[in-house]
Design a protein around this ligand. Structure first.
Ligand code: URA
Length: 226
């Protein structure tokens, strides 16, 4: 067999067992290739049933060399139609917090734990449904691959699904929100409210959660490398 051509720019292959992977939940394989190739591969993903009803795979987007990765939960209706993460109402709230903290989107890579929209139809509406544990597990190799390609220093999990994927099932957003935790590979991670959760909260708690979310994004700005 011919030896693989030497590519001095290629990153060395990283094994799944690598303690560099900042995910508490297991992945059984990590797809190979550049982010562009991963995006193409993910577009064909049928590892769980969600591809059947979704319009398209919503892969991560942003700066492939970003020092910061934001991880959401799963695409919503608007993201499913446009094929980009955080372009709907949750994205609008996220962008307000980033703007207020002076964080430019060009400095970020933004993705989701699950890359297909899950919904149930009610009349003409498509109502968001939370991806199951097995759907999350089936999608995790894509997130692992994005983490290994981008190699962010700072990871912010938006909402409980992302937080538990990064920090483990014992993670409680209500108790540990806004706290930086060490992660494998010398990285740090923090979890905060998911902007969609804030938008769905009853009025009484919503303003406080919004303030906490904005404060956490400010803390991210303070922790970002110059
Ligand atoms: N909620 C998410 O978690 N991700 C999106 O991309 C949109 C809404």
């Amino acid at each position: 067999m011919a030896a693989a051509p030497h590519n001095p720019k290629a990153k060395p292959p990283v094994s799944v067992a690598s303690d560099e992977l900042p995910l508490a939940k297991p992945v059984d394989h990590v797809p190979d290739g550049s982010l562009a190739s991963l995006r193409e591969q993910a577009a064909e993903c049928q590892a769980c049933p969600l591809w059947r009803n979704a319009t398209q795979t919503v892969f991560g987007a942003g700066n492939p060399r970003a020092r910061v990765m934001l991880i959401g939960e799963q695409p919503g209706n608007q993201e499913d139609l446009e094929g980009k993460p955080f372009v709907g109402p949750a994205g609008k709230l996220l962008r307000s917090a980033l703007d207020a903290a002076g964080i430019a989107t060009r400095d970020l890579y933004v993705t989701n734990t699950v890359k297909h929209f899950k919904f149930e139809r009610r009349g003409k509406l498509r109502i968001h449904k939370r991806a199951s544990a097995s759907e999350q597990a089936a999608c995790r190799p894509w997130l692992a691959a994005e983490l290994l390609r981008v190699q962010p220093d700072l990871i912010v999990a938006l909402g409980a699904m992302a937080a538990q994927t990064v920090f483990g099932n014992g993670f409680r957003l209500t108790a540990e929100r806004g706290v930086w935790h060490p992660l494998p590979g010398g990285r740090r991670g923090m979890a905060t409210w998911h902007p969609s959760a804030i938008l769905r909260m009853p009025v009484e708690g919503r303003e406080q959660a919004r303030e906490e979310f904005f404060a956490d994004i400010e803390a991210l700005a303070a922790a970002m490398p110059e």
